[in-house]
Design a protein around this ligand. Sequence first.
Ligand code: FAD
Length: 464
Amino acid sequence: KPCILWFRRDLRLDDHPALRAAAEGGRPVIPLYIRDHAVDDLGAAPKWRLGLGLEAFAATLKGAGSRLILRAGPALEVLEEVIAQTGAGAVYWSRLYDPQAQERDSRVKAALKDRGVEAKSFAGHLLYEPWTVETQQGGFYKVYSPMWRAVKDREIAKPLPRPALTAPADWPASDRLDDWALGGAMRRGAGVVGEHVKPGAEAAHRRLGQFAAHRLRNYKADRDMVAEDGTSGMSQYLSLGEISPRECWHAATGSGQGAETFRKELVWREFAYHLMFHTPRILDANWREDWDAFPWNEDARRKEVIAWKQGRTGVPFVDAAMREMYVTGTMHNRARMIVASYLTKHLMCHWRIGQQWFEDCLVDWDPASNAMGWQWTAGSGPDAAPYFRIFNPETQAAKFDPDGTYRRRWLAEGQARPTRTALSYFDAIPLRWGLRPSDPPPTPLIALEEGRKRALETYQARET
Ligand code: FAD
């Protein structure tokens, strides 16, 4: 009897424990992707990126003599239909750790077992599943550094080779990917963003190989320089599971500082998942409840919020970064911290407004890392930067974009000869924003010193 492999955020054949188990002994495998609520609810850019990922993955499966079956509907209903149509005796999948997926998956598992179908979940999305890392007191980690120390010397198993896939005697019907129109909500020019995105496992491996060969050695110093291509670019591949975290971990060989720093970053991702699993409220509520009384601005329609989203705050570093995200679907990590700090501190807007905009714009959107990143920067999260540590975008720019390359790359206004990338922003944005490269540079929403003072005073008033 065939085994259904229910793919979700694991669009790869290599290092895939569930797929290896499904294919064992030459058992026929039916690769299935279900468009359920979890997919429909995705933000515009991650959903569009998923469509590219599915297209690439379908081609990979075809090359391996298999197929990707696409079906839409509630997961359990779809699985039951496909089981009825194919006589499959088992459904395998890789575990996810956000509360909605967990609830759905345990319901599916129980219902399939009731019907006598083998339902089995496997690890694969993380290096360490959240319950396998414990403090000495038996609790979970709320601070990153001790978690890093606890896991850094653990043996990480070598990535598994891809299995040979046997096709079932009959294939069930599949939807057409184009009909799903996963890019439909991308109001910006998807063509412009498309120039910056290379989907699929093959592209992921190529990029990881180049990073390991050329960039890893200087990663510790280069990773903060926003104009450099000094980081791995793995986040969008990890998000969809086009590459596994073990493959990334083992690419960072050698004892150099670059390798260790890179592994530390991979463990930040693990920490985000650890926190989301143990305290799922991190996704939508202040992780520190004493922040609930903080007078955030919560109205996303305010003109300051719109200016922030459009990259028109009048702070060049912030504006460059917001435009980078709009055009490429990603933003440098240092810049993410700066724009998040500016929104939550200088503009005193609720971190959820920023979290949701990132969720709509990032091709590497990840529920755990995005929530942790926002709450960390805002001060409301675990192991967070204290609220009174307010990034100054000008000194940050002087340090991490000393010759202004990054700002020139993304800002056209006021430039005699704007760069091609800066102009591409105007091809990406909707016409109704009514912006042009010949506009004067935006005037600052608030003087940096004034915003900083206001934030600090509000924070101190709350303390007393
Ligand atoms: P590299 O520097 O090459 O790092 C390697 C890998 O380590 C990354 O691919 C990522 O998986 C992990 N990593 C690195 N830094 C972090 C971090 N701070 N937190 C968690 N994991 C990390 N990352 C996402 O993947 N999705 C998000 O939606 C996301 N939202 C963020 C929001 C804010 C406000 C902030 C401050 C950070 C956010 N991050 C998010 C984390 C980080 O910015 C990105 O992972 C990183 O920029 C991706 O680039 P890279 O793959 O080249 O990273």
